[in-house]
Structure formats: structure tokens, C-alpha cells
Ligand binder design. Structure first.
Ligand SMILES: Nc1ncnc2c1ncn2[C@@H]1O[C@H](COP(=O)(O)OP(=O)(O)OP(=O)(O)O)[C@@H](O)[C@H]1O
Ligand SMILES: [Mg+2]
Length: 112
């Protein structure tokens, strides 16, 4: 099992969400975050205005996925989030030791 932390532009989030739902992703957590990458937040435009601050609003999608599903989920998220411009986002892939569905106590792959 893996946890994906997918940071995308707020403007591509809906497209990414729909693409993930279309391949059968049935649970996700989103967080409105602020961050910057290699350009330190400069040279990115948000809603038509150049930001003076270093921090750019982004949306982070957290997903728990089965190992077998990982390649398709990554491909789908990348192609939906990519514009080709600076600031398209970043994905971290983390190992997950266990997942527990609280209602039933199920653990592991079945709890995703
Ligand atoms: N090294 C990092 N550590 C933690 N978060 C990061 C890091 N790099 C980028 N991020 C997060 O990802 C968001 C998007 O980063 P961004 O797409 O600008 O990455 P980049 O490496 O600068 O790529 P690009 O050159 O295409 O802009 C940032 O706003 C920030 O929230
Ligand atoms: Mg950048």
C-alpha cells in the first residue's frame, strides 16, 4: 500500500479529481495548502495577478492506493494535472504500513 501526496494547481484540481474518479478511486482527502517549488513562488500567475508572496495556493490530494493500482493512478494524475507550465505540482509516494477501517476493524488492502 502507498500514500500519495499529490499537490496540484487549484485550477486543475477538478480535472484531476474527475480523472481519478473515472478510474475507480472512491476515497480521497484534500487539503488547501500554500507552497513553492524551484521558482520560490515567483513567475507564477494566480487568477491573473502576479503574486508578491512566495507562497502560492495549491490543492493537495491524499490518496491511499493498492500497490497494483499505483502506476495507473500516477499516470492519470500526471496527465490530468499537467499544463506544461511552471508550477504544475508534485507527487510524493510514501510506503504505508497499515490501513484500518474503523467501523469494521478491517485492516490492510481490504480497508482501502
Ligand atoms: N521540495 C519540495 N518540498 C515540499 N513541497 C514542495 C517541494 N517542491 C514543490 N513543493 C510543493 O509543490 C508545489 C508545486 O511545486 P512546483 O510544481 O512549482 O515544483 P517545481 O519543482 O518548482 O517544478 P516546476 O519547475 O515545474 O515549477 C509547491 O507550491 C509546493 O507546495
Ligand atoms: Mg515551480
Amino acid at each position: 500500500m502507498k500514500k500519495l501526496e499529490i499537490i496540484v494547481r487549484t485550477s486543475t484540481f477538478n480535472t484531476v479529481k474527475k480523472a481519478l474518479e473515472a478510474i475507480g478511486i472512491h476515497g480521497m482527502t484534500i487539503i488547501e495548502v500554500k507552497g513553492y517549488g524551484r521558482q520560490r513562488g515567483y513567475k507564477e500567475v494566480y487568477r491573473g495577478a502576479t503574486l508578491e508572496s512566495q507562497f502560492v495556493p495549491k490543492t493537495q490530494i491524499n490518496l491511499l492506493v493498492h500497490d497494483e493500482g499505483l502506476p495507473l493512478v500516477l499516470e492519470t494524475a500526471i496527465s490530468a494535472a499537467r499544463t506544461g507550465e511552471l508550477g504544475d505540482g508534485k507527487i510524493a509516494v510514501l510506503p504505508v504500513e497499515d490501513v484500518i477501517r474503523i467501523r469494521t476493524g478491517e485492516r490492510g488492502d481490504i480497508a482501502i
